[in-house]
Design a protein around this ligand. Structure first.
Ligand SMILES: Cc1ncc(COP(=O)(O)O)c(C=O)c1O
Length: 442
């Protein structure tokens, strides 16, 4: 047995479940999620003060410009191993800019996974294109076989979302994208720092997006980034994230190249948040290491228990560790286990969400997104669904479209793994699972 492996207390196994009036495994809530926040400190404070003292908060020029945004872009690109990065104000903005840079528009279909975040569908719809839902497998990311089956002559590209901290089967999806000559966009918002066979997510496709919102592996409260190795996509992203044009050395708008006289979307990042991100990037390996260590200590203990299955991980070395998903034989079992675990104290503070049935995981589930299911139109005239260019591309989005995802969602529980979990917290989690699963003879 490895050093520090979690062993289960024999006494606990025979205790009455807390849900039946017994003593709970723990009474103090588990720490909140927010991986980057737990590692924030003096360095972030000093970085923010440096920018405030310079009174130069705009990225392109100022009284005493610190060049935090451009430095962050270079550092982030180098860390990932890509040529170019464009920092933006959100992951949602990053998705919009990436699709604009590619040139996605009406008449095209874009493949999106059944398990994602509302922003993915929104970015496609806002460009006037039609999202095509594709099922997941036990990786909880796109099923490559299902992707292959859903490619049509109208498919422009595939958005692979690396969900809940873990990379999807990106190599298989990349092969399909190459074979069919469609773009691959990796949404790495939930998996910053993840990798497959030593290669970081965000470097496999044509373009990739990140979010630095507060729940993410590193954070500036709000923020995002687009990365690519393609110079043309980079320059188009630079133009689109700003006012529609690239800039010269002095940060002035440049109009000389018609290829980069486009339309802007207004997602420029400011110096203050970039300064925070530079500090968080330095800490990201330690943040991920902490979560991965906790998650795999828990996973190794749970692997010994019958009655529970664990999410399939393509490459455990590349897992960022921020969520643990357990799968049960049917919905009733998952519900019972979840309620009993919560009664054992496997809960977090009210401002966080953890240890919930995946059906309660909000706008991550395609059928929980009302605007998608109802095909809402911003203009009230049916955009983009009823555009002439989209004739023949009618799709449905209600529950039932992705049966594997539907079944996994109702049989699975998702638990956040905070970056400050102690060994004591980890042992409590394992003991609670053990106690509940044994009591229910699973
Ligand atoms: C997979 C995914 N994509 C995109 C986003 C959007 O990021 P943001 O909240 O920064 O707009 C999120 C945020 O939660 C996400 O989880």
């Amino acid at each position: 047995m490895e050093k520090n492996e979690i062993t289960v207390s024999i006494d606990r196994q025979h205790e009455t479940l807390a849900i039946d009036g017994g003593r709970p495994v723990r009474t103090e809530p588990l720490p909140l999620e927010f991986p980057g926040v737990h590692h924030m400190g003096q360095q972030e404070t000093e970085a923010a003060l440096r920018v405030l003292r310079s009174r130069s908060l705009f990225r392109f020029y100022g009284l005493d410009l610190q060049e935090e945004v451009s430095s962050f872009e270079s550092e982030f690109a180098r860390w990932l191993g890509v040529s170019h990065a464009v920092a933006v104000t959100s992951g949602t903005g990053a998705l919009s800019v990436a699709l604009s840079a590619i040139g996605v528009g009406p008449g095209q279909e874009v493949i999106i996974p059944a398990y994602m975040w509302v922003s993915v569908a929104a970015a496609v719809v806002n460009r006037g294109a039609i999202p095509v839902l594709v099922d997941i497998n036990e990786t909880f990311c796109l099923d490559p076989n299902a992707v292959e089956r859903c490619i049509t002559p109208r498919t422009a590209g595939i958005i692979l979302v690396h969900m809940s901290g873990v990379p999807g089967d990106v190599k298989a999806v990349q092969r399909i994208a190459n074979q069919h000559k469609v773009f691959l966009l990796e949404d790495c918002a939930q998996c910053n720092g993840g990798s497959v066979d030593g290669q970081k997510v965000g470097t496999f496709g044509d373009i990739a997006t990140f979010s630095f919102q507060m729940n993410k592996n590193m954070t500036s409260g709000e923020g995002g980034c687009i990365v690519t190795n393609n110079l043309r996509l980079y320059r188009r992203a630079i133009a689109c994230h700003d006012l529609g044009y690239v800039r010269d050395e002095e940060g002035r708008l440049a109009f000389s190249d018609p290829a980069y006289c486009l339309w802007g979307e207004g997602y420029r990042l400011d110096e203050l948040r970039a300064a925070l991100l530079r500090m968080q990037l330095k800490k990201l390996p330690a943040i991920i290491e902490a979560m991965r260590r906790s998650k795999y200590r828990i996973r190794r203990a749970l692997e010994m228990l019958p009655g529970v299955r664990l999410r399939r991980i393509v490459d455990p070395q590349g897992d960022t560790g921020c969520f643990l998903i357990t799968i049960y034989r049917d919905r009733q079992t998952a519900e019972r286990v979840n309620l009993a675990l919560r009664a054992e104290g496997i809960v977090t503070y009210p401002q966080g969400v953890s240890n919930v049935l995946m059906t309660e995981w909000g706008l991550h589930l395609y059928y929980n997104i009302p605007s998608l299911v109802q095909k809402t139109s911003l203009d009230g005239r049916g955009f983009p669904w009823k555009l002439a260019e989209n004739a023949g591309l009618e799709r449905e989005y209600a529950k039932g479209i992705c049966p594997v995802a539907d079944s996994l969602f109702e049989r699975s529980i998702i638990l956040a793994i905070p970056s400050c979990l102690t060994e004591h917290d980890e042992s409590d989690i394992v003991q609670a699972f053990e106690k509940v699963l044994r009591a229910y003879s699973l």
